[in-house]
Ligand binder design. Structure first.
Ligand code: SAM
Ligand code: SF4
Ligand code: SF4
Length: 381
């Protein structure tokens, strides 16, 4: 077996290779709205607060790669809470209204409540508080829900890939019981962290038998269950197209038992397509609620993509499938002024042309060679 010092993961190579923000920052003061080359505004910032996780979901951090020899980022590489807040302030000045904390498992980051408090104090140029949400595997939620709410967190999204305990334990691959995640969801609801969303990644041949039990369980609960197509994100999960269960097929399977009808999107840039449960007269029954499907593989939704991603060590990614980030930490740590940071963010977003999903689907010509992709656990979902 390779000694720890000899083993260098390709993932680490890629992280190190991320370039500094190119060129001198432009002189451009934030105007509250910033658009990229396709006219897409910057509205949503996803912040990864840790590259560590206590689960080993095979589609994200497979055990054979993220094993005891894997080198996680050292603490000094992580953005501090003050650095995250300072950067976020500049993003907000450019029009970001929604913040999603993610990871890795964000609840593993020590004192995450302190970061939430700092972010909750920020205001948009219109004086509004931010919509602050967090995506979690739910394992620590029962313990932390009340403190997260008190710190200013608005909502949570909990990932849950099945209700059957054996299936769930094998999906998380650390033998974690499903009952504990369900307890976490209850605690989040009791703490007022709603409306809660539950994300289920569907892998054909692995957890597809859980689709209907999950739909039945959450129907009428006030919780929106969202099914995510298994994505070819990163390079370590051995993704294959035949393991993707297309959303259209999934909706049909549910509708065969629980009639559904399509609902309008509530906001531009929304990732999920909404389907409402129908009542006996074929109308949407609001008490029964709705599901969402996120068809990242079979239906491109780049046209309205307003999301930027900040990695744990301060690399800005303009697309989930980008192979390179832009080093904002270097700016922070070389004493750039707020105005320079704001200008650098503006210059990057205004040059943005990424639309990977459309290119994969053949709806747009490929514009760049993507190289090895960055892992989901590194930049967050
Ligand atoms: N650990 C937290 C969690 O699992 O909710 C937050 C980080 S996780 C990377 C964010 C989301 O990405 C989760 O909902 C997870 O299911 C999803 N995800 C990870 N890898 C994926 C893949 N290959 N395809 C689709 N979704 C994926
Ligand atoms: Fe961890 Fe979330 Fe990735 Fe699963 S999806 S391994 S819980 S970061
Ligand atoms: Fe946005 Fe990139 Fe996903 Fe398209 S592929 S929706 S640009 S993150």
């Amino acid at each position: 077996m390779a000694r720890m010092s000899e083993r260098v993961m390709p993932l680490l190579d890629r992280r190190r290779a991320a370039p500094a923000v190119a060129g001198p920052p432009l002189a451009r003061a934030p105007e509250g709205v910033l658009t990229d080359t396709l006219g897409r505004p910057l509205r949503d910032l996803r912040i990864s607060v840790t590259d560590r996780c206590n689960f080993r979901c095979s589609y994200c951090m497979p055990k054979h790669i993220f094993d005891h020899e894997h080198r996680y980022l050292p603490h000094s590489a992580l953005l501090s809470f003050e650095e995250i807040t300072r950067l976020t302030r500049q993003f907000v000045a450019h029009g970001v209204q929604k913040i999603r904390l993610t990871g890795g498992e964000p609840l593993l980051r020590k004192n995450i409540e302190t970061l939430i408090e700092q972010l909750a104090a920020l205001r948009t140029p219109q004086g509004q508080p931010l919509d602050i949400t967090l995506t979690t595997n739910g394992s620590l939620l029962a313990r932390k829900a009340a403190a997260l709410k008190a710190a200013g967190l608005k909502r949570v999204t909990v990932s849950l890939d099945g209700l059957d305990d054996a299936v769930f334990r094998s999906m998380n691959d650390v033998d974690f019981p499903v009952a504990e995640v369900l307890r976490g969801i209850e605690a989040a609801a009791a703490a007022g962290l709603g409306p809660i969303k539950v994300n289920m990644v569907v892998k054909r041949g692995t957890n597809e038998q859980e689709i209907l039990p999950m739909a039945r369980h959450f129907k009428g609960s006030g919780i929106v269950l969202r099914f995510i197509e298994y994505m070819d994100v990163g390079s370590s999960n051995g993704w294959r197209m035949d393991q993707v269960l297309p959303s259209a097929e999934l909706v049909q399977r549910i509708a065969n038992e629980l009639p559904l009808l399509p609902l309008e999107a509530t906001a531009a840039g929304e990732t999920a397509e909404r389907w409402g449960y129908a009542d006996a007269s074929g109308q949407h029954d609001p008490d029964a609620g709705e599901i969402g499907v996120i068809s990242s593989v079979t239906q491109a939704f780049c046209r309205d993509c307003n999301r930027a991603r900040l990695s744990t060590e301060g690399q800005l990614y303009l697309c989930l499938f980008a192979s390179q980030g832009h080093d904002l930490r270097r700016l922070l740590r070389t004493e750039a002024s707020d105005a320079q940071i704001a200008s650098a963010i503006a210059a990057l977003w205004q040059r943005r042309s990424e639309r990977y999903s459309e290119q994969r689907a053949g709806l747009a010509p490929a514009t760049s060679s993507t190289g090895r992709r960055i892992e989901m656990s590194y930049i967050g979902g």
